[in-house]
Design a protein around this ligand. Structure first.
Ligand SMILES: Nc1ncnc2c1ncn2[C@@H]1O[C@H](COP(=O)(O)OP(=O)(O)O)[C@@H](O)[C@H]1O
Ligand SMILES: Cc1ncc(COP(=O)(O)O)c(N)n1
Length: 271
């Protein structure tokens, strides 16, 4: 019988399929992990922006969490958009006793510039969710919001990484470099060593859901039992290929190509 590894995403939706729950489930599938999902908010969005949001009640999020984890094999968990403090608290309370590998993507603003979480959520995320995290994956503005410090230089980025691990209690962090210039370099820190993961920067507007996809790929690899560093390495390859082999769909910031990683391996072009 096929052995099944499962990953759970707890996040908001994107009906246009490039970000949020939809991106996470596509990524899990492409990386051969059984995907499960708990929806926090239903978001009316597409590649051009956010048109409306409906938040689910914290109690109903709890009911979804119980339904999945009472029954199914969950080897790793990812969190994405969690809009308010009450939701974060509910999710953290459910996850705390489970002791599962957890990738926290501290989603704050959609790439279109629309805010996805409220102001008080930040503090609760820092206090309740980050201490449970195996890894946190902020982009530069999210690292700035979490630490309250501006991140301009490489030294600033290292300092922010240190604080996220040693002060906020996450086991590791990768501060993504998508918002910088030059090569796309992500800085990984696990409390002892820094490592960078670098790819060329592609001139493209198709970056809707890059952060979600990257974090989902890390989670899938953790579900399979890969080490944290191997998981980040594979996730970096996955997102690089997904950005490079762009899908020309959507009128705004289009989605990434979740097929590209497997197609590249199938063609024997993967290095
Ligand atoms: N134009 C690009 N070319 C290559 N890689 C990119 C590009 N933009 C983002 N990335 C990569 O995509 C991943 C997500 O990064 P980022 O865009 O910073 O996250 P977010 O979507 O949370 O803002 C990172 O690995 C980053 O280095
Ligand atoms: C429901 C949801 N979650 C997250 C994002 C951010 O996406 P990105 O990966 O582009 O930062 C989004 N647009 N919608």
């Amino acid at each position: 019988m096929r052995s099944v590894k499962g990953a759970l995403t707890i996040a908001g939706t994107d009906p246009s399929g490039g970000a949020g729950i939809q991106a996470d489930l596509k990524t899990f599938q492409e990386l051969d992990v059984y995907g499960m999902s708990v929806i926090t908010s239903v978001v009316a969005q597409n590649t051009m922006g956010v048109r409306g949001v409906r938040h689910l009640e914290a109690d109903f999020i709890k009911q979804q969490l119980e339904a999945v984890t009472d029954d199914m094999p969950v080897q790793a968990v990812k969190t994405g958009m969690i809009a308010n403090a009450k939701m974060i608290e509910t999710i953290a309370n459910h996850l705390r006793p489970l002791h599962l590998p957890l990738c926290v993507d501290p989603v704050m603003i959609a790439q279109s510039g629309d805010a996805l979480v409220d102001d008080k959520a930040l503090q609760t995320m820092r206090d309740q969710l980050l201490p449970l995290a195996t890894i946190v994956t902020p982009n530069i503005p999210e690292a700035e919001a979490l630490t309250g410090n501006s991140v301009k230089s490489e030294e600033d980025r290292k300092e922010a990484a240190k604080r996220i691990v040693h002060e906020f209690g996450s086991s590791a962090v990768v501060i993504k470099g998508g918002h910088l210039n030059g090569e796309a370099t992500d800085l990984f820190y696990d409390g002892t060593r820094f490592e960078t993961f670098t790819s060329p920067r592609f001139e493209t507007k198709h970056t809707h859901g890059t952060g979600c996809t990257f974090a989902a790929a890390i989670t899938a690899e953790l579900a399979k039992g890969e080490s944290l560093k191997e998981a980040v390495k594979t996730a970096k390859s996955f997102i690089t290929l997904a950005i490079h082999h762009t899908l020309e769909i959507g009128q705004g910031q289009g989605p990434t190509n979740h097929w590209a990683y497997k197609e590249t391996i199938r063609k024997g072009e993967y290095v």
